[in-house]
Design a protein around this ligand. Structure first.
Ligand code: NAP
Length: 539
């Protein structure tokens, strides 16, 4: 029996569990396998549940796929157990053949400017956690009495928070947003949302689909100042923006989306400058006469200070104009602008946090690794320790990126557990149970994932795919599980830690569905308080 603990039940952790089962099933003699997926929260799915925006239902439906992983007979959910608090790294290593860390990136990056900690200045991560009903965040943590909000950063998280702030709350009723958060959104006084990039539109990190969605919001007028949108005559003397536009399809898509908003802004400004009664330009897009909210994309402006109002809260954001010089140097111009805002959301990227006892690179905010093998301070692979997802590679990519990433880590893990190196392989750190049919290697990881995908059908019902050897192993596993003392469960029980099983999570899920029915809101509404989640889990 191969026992693996995966720490983190978000996409990285659950794709890892899936890859473990799929890849192990393809071994010449498939081993019995048990994967315990441990999460500090009583609820599974991590970022899918607490990061993906509630109005992005199709992305959220990834949870349906991940649910099938959790429902595999070889996978067990162990919720409400925190590494470093309820169980140590050493205890996990003693209880399992291998441990995979997949805890994502939970903390915001900081701006490092004055005023960052004023009341009214928040990390976008906290705001996202709030509207996603994260149990760590008080549902009353935010009131939206600011009329004007600055969102710093031009990535997809900035787009998410700007959209939630600008969208008509009636369109959010059918989402899983907790009811107290919906109350705050219904009462929102926000009228202006400024999304601010320190570089230009070609350098923005948005993906085009997400960016375009801003232009589809009813009652929201999106604008980009023409001067900041100008790729050549504006603030980029280096030609980098034009080169990016020529070379990168995503950048081109983004620029097409923004071109319309820049033209509309120009037309609106020309109309307001024109003498009364002047006819609008014939091909100018008609600006929305009475937008409920304005969403202004701004570029080539870097925040230098969050200013304090008379009552000690956020009163404005001071920005310095930036540019790229002819030699490609990024610099401030010494020209400043202040925008009146009463709330600032810093959306400048996520960071992973160190796990107690686990090596961590404080510069990259990742666990040092080669192809998912955790490395010691001296650069040696540590026996039995692996990493996957954002903790492994940093906070980049979309949810699906974690699938190939997890496959690579699992490829390393199974190769290490083989009974010694095959000819041509480097020395492996740990003798073990299995022999992989292929040599391990970073370049082969994606191919291995494809192989696994092709050989096994879409979900995790692996026993069928692996034939009689697998059946025999399955029977052995069942017998072993039945007689096995489950080391982690015993340890937690002895410590009085009441972990949350998959069945207990299903009770939380049922309570959320019941709440949605009672409120007449969609198919699920998150329970508003941490205590409510725990008491639903306990039944
Ligand atoms: P991101 O894509 O890395 O964007 C971070 C933004 O912050 C960049 O515009 C960056 O500008 C800016 N920034 C960083 N430091 C700054 C500073 N000191 N001052 C001003 N601006 C600063 O990060 P993210 O938006 O947090 O997204 C994280 C990952 O999740 C991405 O891979 C994203 O695509 C993904 N995600 C996807 C979805 C979706 O698919 N719907 C939704 C949300 C998130 P520079 O480029 O100049 O550094």
């Amino acid at each position: 029996m191969l026992r693996v603990a995966v720490v983190g039940s978000g996409p990285a952790g659950l794709y890892t569990a899936e890859a473990l089962i799929k890849q192990a099933a393809l071994l010449p003699v498939p081993p019995a396998i048990k994967v315990d997926v441990i999460d500090r929260l009583p609820t599974p799915y991590g970022l899918v549940r607490y990061g993906v925006a509630p109005d992005h239902k199709s992305i959220k439906s990834v949870a349906n796929y991940l649910r099938r992983v959790l429902e595999s007979p070889d996978v067990r959910f162990v919720g409400g157990v925190s590494l470093g608090v309820d169980v140590t790294r050493e205890e996990l290593l003693a209880a399992y053949d291998a441990v995979v860390y997949a805890t994502g990136a939970m903390r915001d990056r900081r701006l490092g400017i004055d005023g960052e900690d004023l009341p009214g200045s928040y990390a976008a991560t906290d705001f996202v956690n709030w509207y996603c009903g994260h149990p760590d965040v008080d549902p009353d943590a935010f009131t939206l009495d600011a009329e004007s909000v600055a969102v710093i950063g031009v990535g997809n998280v900035a787009v998410d928070v700007a959209r939630i702030l600008a969208r008509d709350p009636a369109e959010l009723e059918a989402t899983d947003i907790p009811e107290p958060v919906m109350d705050a959104l219904r009462a929102s006084r926000v009228r202006e949302v400024h999304v601010i990039g320190r570089r230009g539109p070609a350098q923005a990190k948005f993906t085009t689909k997400e960016l375009r969605e801003l232009g589809e919001l009813a009652g929201v007028e999106v604008s980009v100042p023409a001067r900041e949108f100008d790729l050549e005559g504006g603030f980029d003397r280096s030609g980098e923006s034009a080169t990016l536009a020529a070379a990168d399809r995503r950048v081109r898509g983004n620029l097409v989306a923004m071109a319309g908003w820049s033209a509309a802004a120009t037309a609106a400004s020309a109309a307001s400058d024109a003498p009364t009664g002047a006819a609008p330009a014939p091909d100018a897009p008609a600006p929305d006469a009475t937008p409920a909210r304005n969403l202004r994309l701004r570029f080539w402006l870097r925040p230098v200070e969050i200013e304090k109002s008379a009552d000690g809260t956020v009163g404005g954001i001071r920005l310095e104009r930036t540019r790229l010089t002819e030699s490609g140097e990024f610099e401030g111009t010494g020209e400043f602008e202040t925008i009146d805002v009463q709330m600032v959301l810093r959306s400048v990227g996520y960071q992973s946090v160190p796990l107690p006892g686990v090596p961590f690179d404080a510069r990259t905010h990742t666990v040092p690794n080669v192809a998912g093998r955790v490395l010691s301070e001296t650069g040696e692979p540590l026996p039995g320790e692996y990493v996957a997802g954002w903790l492994k590679r940093g906070p980049t990519g979309v949810i699906g990126t974690n699938k190939a990433d997890a496959a690579e880590t699992v490829q390393s893990l199974l190769a290490d557990l083989a009974g010694g190196p095959a000819p041509g392989e480097t020395a492996l750190p740990r003798p073990g149970l299995l022999r992989m049919p292929r040599s391990a290697g970073t370049a082969e990881a994606a191919a291995a994932a494809d192989l696994a995908d092709a050989a096994v059908d879409t979900a995790v019902g692996l026993a069928d795919a692996a034939g009689s050897a697998q059946d025999a192993a399955g029977a052995e596993a069942a017998a072993e599980v039945a007689s096995e003392a489950w080391a982690l469960a015993e340890l937690l029980a002895a410590r009085g830690v009441d972990h949350v099983s998959y069945e207990a999570w299903l009770r939380v899920s049922a309570a959320e569905e019941e709440l949605a029915r009672s409120l007449g809101r969609g198919d699920r509404v998150k329970l508003p308080h941490r205590d409510a989640v725990w008491s639903a889990a306990r039944g």
